[in-house]
Design a binder for this molecule. Structure first.
Ligand code: HEC
Ligand code: HEC
Length: 263
């Protein structure tokens, strides 16, 4: 019998199943701590806001790091381990919608990541949805660092981008307010939004811990209407995701609106 790659791998596989890789039904790697098992503590959102803001500017680590540090870093400062042992710089990747791709706003990624230390999907999803819907509709920024501003002092023009995506959030703000998306003003905007998201995220977390969390922002007009046909189990179940549909299928000259030709 000739030994080609396939028969060789087959023989190897057989040998391995008999020894090292016997299928036991268990994962080879088991997490040391129980899943989602860190203990959450309430925090003072007012105290977290400037920490998140400074975290944005610290070594240029950005929004995702800022929000995450504003929550988990604060827990580390107050309670020590295990919070203080988290490799916080890992969260730097969320900056600019993950490696400058402009996908999810890193501030929101930071908050959802912090939640996931404490709560599994079933409990976490409504918290994330509450935060993300609030983000879609809020005219940012709200936080004003005053004299402690690190980019631009004074007012930053607010705008509601309608989307959790960094790309839509930043670009629509830049267009609406006449700013350059690469300017110091844009950085100042995002650093203040980092504080805003941290405050809201902590409020939601505090309510969750206190047993008073009651989500109110589950759907939008568009997700409700469009979802009546495009959601799971409906007549055209071809749509994935909970984002508001309007910024992308809203029918302006710049965004596609195939839905005009609806059946
Ligand atoms: C009354 C039911 C219904 C509602 C409400 C509805 N859709 Fe649709 N939509 C359909 C059906 C059926 C198709 C065809 C799907 C296919 O071809 O598989 C479709 C197709 C589409 C398409 C691609 C085809 C095209 O060119 O039209 C887009 C984009 C779309 N819908 C977006 C939306 C958005 C956005 C909304 C909310 C503003 C929405 N739909 C609301 C039933 C609906
Ligand atoms: C961030 C922008 C964005 C958001 C938000 C968004 N879509 Fe889309 N959607 C797109 C793009 C881009 C495509 C791909 C279009 C294509 O291939 O022509 C698409 C495809 C679709 C399609 C398949 C039709 C096709 O022609 O490929 C449907 C149906 C659809 N979207 C409905 C929705 C609904 C309903 C919502 C809200 C629940 C929504 N979309 C939210 C950007 C978006």
């Amino acid at each position: 019998m000739t030994c080609n790659r396939r028969t060789f791998l087959g023989a190897m596989g057989g040998a391995m199943i008999g020894s090292v890789l016997a299928p036991t039904g268990a994962l080879a790697f088991q997490q040391e701590s129980k899943p989602f098992s860190w203990t959450p503590h309430t925090l003072d959102p007012k105290a977290c806001a400037p920490v998140a803001y400074d975290g944005y500017w610290y070594n240029g680590y950005g929004c995702c790091y800022g929000v995450f540090y504003g929550i988990v870093g604060m827990l580390g400062e107050k309670y020590g381990a295990p919070y203080s042992q988290f490799p916080f710089t890992m969260m730097e990747m969320g900056k600019s919608g993950i490696s400058d791709w402009g996908t999810i706003c890193g501030a929101l990624l930071g908050a959802a990541s912090a939640y996931a230390l404490f709560w599994g999907r079933k409990e976490r999803d409504p918290m994330v949805t509450e935060l993300y819907r609030w983000y879609e509709t809020t005219a940012f920024p709200l936080f004003d660092p005053g004299g402690a501003a690190q980019g631009v002092k004074g007012a930053v023009p607010p705008h509601a981008g309608g989307s959790v995506l960094c790309h839509v959030s930043v670009s629509s703000w830049a267009h609406a307010t006449g700013n350059d998306a690469n300017s110091k003003m844009r950085q100042e905007r995002c650093s203040r939004i980092t504080a805003d998201v941290c405050v809201k995220a902590v409020e939601i977390m505090n309510a969750k811990i206190g047993g008073t969390f009651a989500p109110v922002l589950a759907a939008t007009k568009a997700t409700e209407y469009c979802g009546s046909c495009h959601d799971k189990g409906k007549e055209s179940p071809i749509v994935k995701g909970r984002m508001d549909c309007t910024p992308c299928h809203g029918g302006s000259v710049h965004v596609q609106d195939k839905s005009k030709n609806h059946p």
